[in-house]
Design a binder for this molecule. Structure first.
Ligand SMILES: [Mg+2]
Length: 305
């Protein structure tokens, strides 16, 4: 079973449960909850960071491990155009971690959390065979305005922010600008809010696992096919495979209605049109005329589930 199948399975097992106030459940960057009468919707997301999967104790500085844990969750808030408010961090320490590691981990984590306007509001501590962290982030948007994956329409243009493949290249090489990009990704919070308020984006998500699988998810949620027929903004030194299938760029993938043309850059961040949404089999991604398999990072590829 791959990750997409597992999510579908869990979604079908959970079907029929009606959560009061839950406006959007499994399958988007965040769940959306509205308290009765509230003018704001609460966005909630949870993300795991696991030693030897998302970082290596020997190569990743502890403050970068903390920063990346925060970035993963805050990027999901950015994807919905939200403003972060708080995070909750559950951390299992391993035998090799010491006080210095703990201080630096929370140092990196808090640096990004504070800068994003949020606070660390709680969590849990435990012990395990390897370091394991689960990060919950909460944010807000005015009621009914969150950017979702299911809003794209046929004829909408497809865009990405920044450059793709840099994080995957950095993880491979372990040095230079790509390595720094891998260690300290920037959640695109300002861009997400700009997409929601000014550009009226029809759909958005963050690129956490690679555009080949993430665009498949967006197209599937919107019931459309996606056609990529323009050059991707590939990071310097990265390959097309890094850009298509390498994860953890944490750029935003979004769709705009026909006729809406954003600036080439938003606060210095390049915005690149890469294709068009079309009627067709839901979830199919075509890359220069050929079907593109969802080849990004599959978290369950080594399991027997
Ligand atoms: Mg996401």
């Amino acid at each position: 079973m791959n990750e997409l199948e597992a999510v579908e399975r869990i979604r079908s097992l959970a079907a029929g449960a009606h959560g009061k106030g839950v406006k959007l459940g499994i399958g988007d960057d965040c769940a959306i909850y509205q308290s009765p009468g509230a003018r704001e919707d609460l966005l909630l997301t949870t993300d795991m960071v696991i030693e030897d999967i998302h970082f290596r104790a020997t190569t990743h500085p502890p403050d970068a491990v903390g920063w990346r844990a925060a970035a993963r969750a805050l990027s999901d808030i950015a994807a919905m155009g939200g403003a972060p408010r708080f995070v909750l961090v559950s951390l299992a320490l391993a035998g090799w971690t010491d006080r210095r590691w703990l201080d630096k981990f929370y140092g990196g984590l808090l640096r990004l959390v504070r800068r994003s306007g949020a606070v660390l509001a709680g969590g849990d501590l435990g012990h395990a065979g390897c370091v394991y962290c689960d990060m919950v982030a909460g944010g807000v948007v005015p009621h009914g305005t969150a950017l979702r994956r299911d809003g794209a329409r046929a004829g909408d243009s497809i865009w990405v922010s920044g450059e793709l493949g840099g994080s995957a290249l950095g993880f491979e090489t372990g040095h230079g600008a790509a390595w720094r990009r891998h260690l300290y990704p920037e959640p695109r919070l300002e861009l997400g809010r700009y997409l929601r308020t000014r550009l009226k984006a029809t759909a958005a998500m963050d690129l956490s696992d690679g555009i080949s699988i993430d665009l498949h998810r967006l197209a599937k949620a919107s019931g459309l096919k996606a056609r990529l027929d323009r050059p991707l903004p590939v990071a310097r030194g990265a390959t097309l495979d890094h850009a298509l299938n390498g994860g953890e760029d944490y750029e935003l993938l979004f769709t705009l209605p026909p006729g809406v043309e954003p600036p080439a850059r938003s606060k210095g961040l390049p915005l690149t049109r890469v294709g068009t949404m079309e009627k067709g089999k839901a979830g199919v991604v075509e890359f220069f005329g050929r079907p593109l398999a969802p080849g990004g990072y599959d978290h369950l590829r080594h399991t027997k589930a």
